[in-house]
Design a protein around this ligand. Structure first.
Ligand code: MN
Length: 234
């Protein structure tokens, strides 16, 4: 089969008038055998349908916060920057991909978008809302694996990573509060913070709270997450 085409969502800087994506998402997909295709946040439903129809899988990339109105909350005082256009596009695309039965991988913000799109909720700011939690916004270099996660035995995530215990990097201040119906939390940090979710069976739907895209060049487990997404298309 031809190499699968993986749509990667981009961030949007309205003030500067540009769209951007960190290069290591692109490299992660290419090393896994996929062909990356960057997707700007589009607002027209017909455009979303065309995008979802053309790509073989979707990678929801990392980025800023998710608008709390999308999960029925008022803005907490520690809420960070969010982009309503990006939120709407990514939620719309996720729902279309699920309807089409096409694979989706969410990274960091991407995991949060999957959860909100499927009617879950988030902590808007972990440090203030869960003050007993570990440090999840590490000061260490981005690729440094700062805390441990425990993976559910037999989960898709533990099968992909080949482990039930793993060291991951951590660059998030939001986190899942209530897991969406149809998703299972299959990775937890030692403080109970949800670090991975997945849907069992089809479609192939997986999210991780850490950033494998900055680890894959040096870490086989991180590289295998991108390979799993590409393999799910074949
Ligand atoms: Mn973390």
């Amino acid at each position: 089969m031809a190499r699968p085409c993986i749509g990667i969502t981009t961030a949007h800087n309205a003030e500067q008038g540009n769209y951007y994506c960190r290069h290591n998402y692109i490299g992660g997909i290419r090393q896994a055998g996929g062909v990356p295709l960057l997707l700007p946040p589009l607002a027209d439903q017909d455009e979303l349908l065309i995008c979802a129809g053309r790509i073989d899988a979707l990678l929801l990339s990392g980025g800023g916060d998710v608008c709390p109105a999308l999960f029925g909350e008022q803005p907490h005082w520690k809420l960070g920057k969010f982009d309503p256009e990006r939120d709407d596009f990514e939620i719309g695309m996720l729902r279309l991909m699920v309807d089409l039965g096409k694979p989706v991988l969410g990274i960091c913000r991407g995991l949060q978008v999957i959860n909100v799109a499927l009617d879950g909720t988030l902590y808007q700011d972990l440090a203030s809302q869960q003050p007993q939690s570990l440090q999840h916004m590490q000061d260490a270099p981005r690729r440094y694996p700062a805390h441990s996660v425990t993976l559910c035995q037999g989960s898709r995530l533990s099968d992909i990573l080949g482990a039930t215990r793993l060291q991951v990097n951590s660059l998030h201040h939001q986190a899942i509060k209530d897991v969406a119906p149809g998703l299972q939390a299959t990775a937890l940090a030692d403080d109970g913070v949800i670090e991975g979710v997945e849907a069992s069976g089809q479609p192939w739907l997986l999210g991780v709270q850490w950033h494998p895209e900055v680890m894959w060049e040096h870490d086989q487990a991180a590289a295998s997450l991108f390979r799993a997404l590409v393999s799910a298309c074949l």
